[in-house]
Design a protein. Structure first.
Length: 133
């Protein structure tokens, strides 16, 4: 379909770990290597900006953003992950209110099947199929 074709073409032009797949929920994009400490790396910010442009062109698809930590969190890491979640939310801030929700999931055991299982963070951007709602 048009959304999957557009996302696949966009990912082919970008560097960094990214995989797109379609499942019963919609079109899922799993991204790795987005962060430099608590902030987005310049490459990570560029990849998210590209996905925001796609989301703006396909407003019929609500978004769910899931930040998988890659491992169980230690209490000393809660600020780091709160900052990372905020960085992801900020990247999508100029989308219309109510078009997305951001979740934080410890570990990558429930990470998208399309993503390599790793102890590294994975961010999944799910374009939720209107039929799934």
């Amino acid at each position: 379909d048009a959304l999957m074709t557009e996302i696949s073409a966009m990912l082919a032009r970008l560097t960094g770990g990214a995989v797109a797949s379609r499942d019963e929920r919609g079109v899922a994009v799993a991204l790795q290597n987005l962060f430099d400490g608590s902030k987005l790396s310049s490459d990570g910010a560029e990849r998210l900006a590209s996905l925001v442009r796609v989301a703006k062109a396909h407003t019929e698809f609500p978004l769910t953003l899931v930040v998988y930590t890659g491992k169980p969190l230690k209490s000393s890491e809660s600020k780091l992950w709160s900052d990372r979640r905020s960085a992801i939310e900020s990247a999508f801030a100029d989308l219309k209110a109510g078009t997305h929700i951001t979740l934080l999931a410890e570990s990558s055991s429930n990470a998208p099947l399309s993503a390599e299982r790793t102890d590294q963070p994975i961010v999944e951007i799910l374009f939720v199929s209107p039929e799934a709602l």
